[in-house]
Design a protein around this ligand. Structure first.
Ligand code: DAH
Length: 344
């Protein structure tokens, strides 16, 4: 029986003498002493041949062998990994060019929206962002469009399921009501965001798009202020030579109301098509905030006046980047989107 114990002791001695250093040596060690076909297993099979009074000692020897193998393996593994890391660091080529970092591209809608925002920020407007799921009051009623008002038909609305009170905002004008009910004048905000309308999706229109809303309320704000602010915006956006015109229009929340066109001319096929041969392109709606809107939002119309404007982003983005189909803006096709890397 002595030789089974001797065999065990020989394995233990081998484990103690081993000094695996490289990751390969450590792996060899693991396979030999701890792997599924390790050399301790056959020894354990001999347990049944051992006389009863020696079984306990033999069991303890096997346990010692396993413990020693595991301890050596764990320590050697840590050391080998550290050594490999050190070797890699020593081989580091500090003159090698860096790993290229792929530059992302901004979405054409974001680029256009950011340009608009920056122009207004420079003249003292601050950005106000609000919820897209809105209640009927902020989207319509506060904006002087009560339930039976025909102007509600101007915008086909998505209502939330089982609710006529909650909806997806149809315009960023809802932010006007949010801001006015929270803040007393002076108010000077620009509100960018996404809006939704139940419209048939085509190359020219979509059920979701973006708008930027502007609102300025203080004592003595006049139509002349509105006109100068929008003229300034047009010059910054389209160049100092741009001509604008304001055409009388109708919106429930402004009185008087207007639409602003910029003159692009008819020199190219593109501008001819865009302006339907007139040279003029409509870019926004605007007007003096209706006194009813101020009163609805607890601002005294006897003391304060203000102007507001709202513009769509997509049309300008399509025009800026010469994109032929609005649906491309919402498909998130990476091959389309990465073309705008250079455009900030
Ligand atoms: N909310 C209007 C729309 O979605 C745009 C608009 C027109 C906003 C006139 C205004 C405004 O603030 O004064 O068509």
């Amino acid at each position: 029986m002595a030789n089974v114990f001797d065999e065990g002791k020989a394995i233990l001695a081998e484990i103690e003498a081993a000094s695996p250093a490289t990751p390969e040596e450590v792996e060899q060690f693991r396979i030999r002493f701890l792997g599924s076909k390790n050399i301790v297993k056959p020894l354990m099979g001999k347990m049944r041949d051992i006389p009863g009074d020696q079984k306990k000692d033999f069991g303890l020897l096997i346990k010692e062998i396993k413990g020693a193998a595991e301890a050596k393996y764990e320590a050697a593994k840590v050391q080998a990994e550290a050594a490999a890391e050190e070797a890699a660091a020593a081989n580091l080529d500090l003159t090698a060019p860096g790993e290229p970092i792929e530059v992302g591209a901004r979405h054409p809608v974001s680029i256009t929206m950011n340009r608009i925002i920056r122009i207004f920020e420079r003249i003292g407007f601050t950005v106000a962002e609000e919820r897209e799921v809105e209640d009927d009051w902020h989207n319509f009623t506060a904006m002087n469009t009560p339930e039976d008002h025909p102007a509600r038909d101007m915008q086909d609305t998505y209502y939330l399921q089982d609710s006529t009170a909650m909806l997806l905002r149809t315009h960023t004008s809802s932010v006007q009501a949010r801001v006015m009910t929270n803040t007393q004048p002076p108010i000077r905000i620009i509100a960018p965001g996404r809006v939704y309308r139940n419209e048939t999706i085509s190359a020219r229109s979509h059920c979701q798009f973006h708008q930027v809303e502007g609102l300025y309320i203080d004592k003595g704000v006049s139509f002349a202020d509105l006109k100068q602010t929008l003229y300034h915006f047009a010059r910054e956006m389209f160049g100092p030579g741009i001509e604008i015109r304001l055409r009388p229009s109708y919106f429930p929340f402004t009185e008087p109301s207007a639409e602003m066109d910029v003159y692009l001319g008819t020199d190219t096929e593109r501008t001819k098509r865009l302006t339907k041969g007139t040279g003029w392109l409509e870019i926004l709606g605007c007007g003096m905030v209706d006194p009813n809107v101020l009163a609805n939002c607890d601002i005294d119309p006897e003391i304060y006046t203000g102007f507001a404007f709202g513009m769509g982003i997509e049309r300008t983005a399509l025009q800026n980047f010469d994109i032929g189909d609005i649906r491309l803006l919402f498909e998130n096709d990476i091959r389309f989107l990465k073309q705008f890397t250079a455009a900030i």
